[in-house]
Design a protein around this ligand. Structure first.
Ligand SMILES: Cc1cc2nc3c(=O)[nH]c(=O)nc-3n(C[C@H](O)[C@H](O)[C@H](O)COP(=O)(O)OP(=O)(O)OC[C@H]3O[C@@H](n4cnc5c(N)ncnc54)[C@H](O)[C@@H]3O)c2cc1C
Length: 482
């Protein structure tokens, strides 16, 4: 039904194992734009793109894309002020969550080993167990130019222009996968006698029938939320962020280096993302509207831009405000309707998990697409169980970023560290080990274990070598392999 619905459509069209061919139709409103943000992906995107037949070179040339190897968290443990006023080891003010798994992963207890050789001045956890943070610090690419598309030395995903990515998907869907695309605004949803959806009515294209409806209508959740009234589980008590101010800023020079990790810099009431594409950076402040006003958030965003020698006046766009309610619907698949993307859930962009979850959902739908409606309830039950667990793990994973902070410089951080609303499993993880002593070591292991669980689900692939990639890799300095 939309651009990201195109990921679902393509998975279903490209992957379905049913013996009789199925027909997939995407309906997208000409009046409602896509959300237009979502520039960070996980490594799973490589496999998804390969599976649906998109050439990596096309991604780089059409979507302004660059490599993403990690997220770097700055000032999440201590505020800048705390660092200036104390003797806190400067290395502690940032840490990485790289996409490559730790060396020795699953072979021994990393948490117990790290720091053993220099307990007084331990390196950040990621640096002790993985080489990828060093690649990121030096703006190196995760692969050599001689490697095939989608192959890698260090595991990677992408930073990309969300709007251009939608267009690439749409074009590929229509031209290569025979997906029928209808530009039409849905006005109502019609049930059959069993309470399944029989059709959707549109403004200028009449009624459109179907057997299975994938709701990709974004935050309005037209089918699952509005039509079926599935209850929404707000997560606002656990994860407070509900607003973002986004802006696109140019590089200082044409040859400015492109960062190969997402920079996430903690602020007094949230955090700022900074994502480097080929031609510009996407920057945005995600914050809790309960803890700060829009104008204070804008001031902080401006201060951040100033620290990069940029101002909102030399930006490519004006500041755009986005509001969202963190949470998810109680059921994801109901009757003959399954929701994918923001029509199902959205928490906040930390760790950029939304697109990865869309890929996973699309894959499961395509693999388990019931042959007849009679088995739909079984698939729905399996789908709901699996994805509720995923969301809960992601919520815990995100919450740990805040819980593990030592910041107390604002109400936002004090509230975030208050153990009361922590999810239960989060509490269990926190009871593991001597937290104070091993704060920056063991707890990073806990975080990485969550990350590992999700990263482990994904795989890699290869096709042909792109030309445009070379330019980007040169800008990132070529990784020499040693
Ligand atoms: C601030 C912010 C930052 C984010 N950053 C990331 C990130 O770094 N990484 C990541 O993975 N995710 C990120 N996300 C999430 C990501 O943007 C979304 O998951 C992704 O864009 C998918 O959105 P969607 O397709 O579900 O919804 P939308 O993009 O809103 O699309 C909705 C579609 O439904 C159609 N539609 C709506 N109403 C009708 C109607 N009546 N009839 C017909 N069609 C209709 C619209 O035309 C549109 O095409 C971020 C989100 C936010 C808010």
């Amino acid at each position: 039904m939309d651009s990201r619905g195109l990921i679902a459509a393509k998975h279903v069209q490209a992957n379905t194992t049913l013996s009789s061919p199925i027909s997939v139709t995407v309906i997208e409103s000409p009046n409602v734009p896509t959300i237009g943000v979502g520039e960070g992906t996980w490594p799973s995107m490589r496999e998804t793109l390969k599976k649906i037949g998109i050439n990596e070179a096309d991604l780089f040339s059409c979507c302004d894309a660059s490599f993403k190897q990690a997220s770097k968290f700055v000032h999440w443990e201590n505020s800048q002020v705390a660092l200036n006023n104390t003797t806190v080891n400067n290395q502690n003010h940032s840490y990485f969550h790289p996409f490559s798994l730790p060396v020795g992963n699953n072979q021994f207890d990393l948490g117990a080993q790290v720091g053993m050789h220099s307990p007084d001045q331990p390196l950040p956890f990621a640096q002790q167990v993985c080489y990828q943070s060093i690649l990121c610090e030096q703006n190196l690419a995760p692969k050599q130019i001689t490697l095939k598309a989608y192959d890698y030395i260090a595991n990677y995903g992408y930073h990309l222009d969300a709007g251009k990515f939608s267009l690439l998907l749409k074009d590929h869907c229509i031209k290569q996968l025979n997906v029928k695309y209808i530009s039409a605004h849905i006005t109502s949803v019609n049930n059959d006698t069993n309470g399944d959806i029989a059709s959707v009515s549109t403004q200028n294209n009449g009624d459109i029938q179907g057997d299975l409806f994938i709701d990709c209508s974004g935050a309005q959740s037209l089918l699952l939320g509005k039509h079926f009234n599935i209850p929404f589980c707000s997560q606002k008590n656990t994860l407070f962020n509900d607003t973002a101010l986004a802006i696109q800023v140019p590089y200082e020079h044409e040859n400015s280096p492109i960062a190969s990790c997402t920079l996430s810099t903690a602020q007094t009431s949230g955090w700022i993302w900074n994502i480097g594409l080929q031609s510009r950076c996407g920057v945005g402040y995600v914050y809790s509207s309960q803890h700060t006003s829009d104008s204070s958030a804008e001031d902080e965003l401006e201060q951040y831009l100033n620290s990069l020698n940029k101002t909102k006046n030399n930006a490519n766009t004006s500041i755009r405000k986005l509001s969202f309610t963190p949470g998810y619907y109680e059921k994801f698949w109901h009757k003959n309707c399954v929701a994918v993307g923001m029509s199902l859930w959205f928490i906040e962009p930390l760790e950029a998990s939304a697109l990865a979850m869309i890929e996973q959902a699309a894959q499961m739908i395509s693999e388990q697409l019931p042959v007849t409606k009679s088995t739909m309830a079984i698939t729905a039950k399996r789908f709901n169980k699996k994805f509720i667990t995923h969301w809960q793990q992601i919520i815990e994973f995100l919450k740990l970023h805040y819980v593990l902070s030592k910041r107390d410089d604002s109400e936002y951080w004090v509230d975030n560290r208050n153990p009361e609303p922590f999810p239960t499993r989060c509490k269990k993880c926190l009871n593991y080990g001597n937290i104070e002593h091993h704060h920056h070591l063991i707890l990073r292991t806990v975080i990485l274990c969550f990350l590992r669980q999700v990263i482990n689900m994904f795989y890699t692939a290869c096709t042909s070598t792109p030309g445009r990639v070379e330019k980007i890799m040169n800008k990132m300095k070529l990784y020499s392999g040693h």
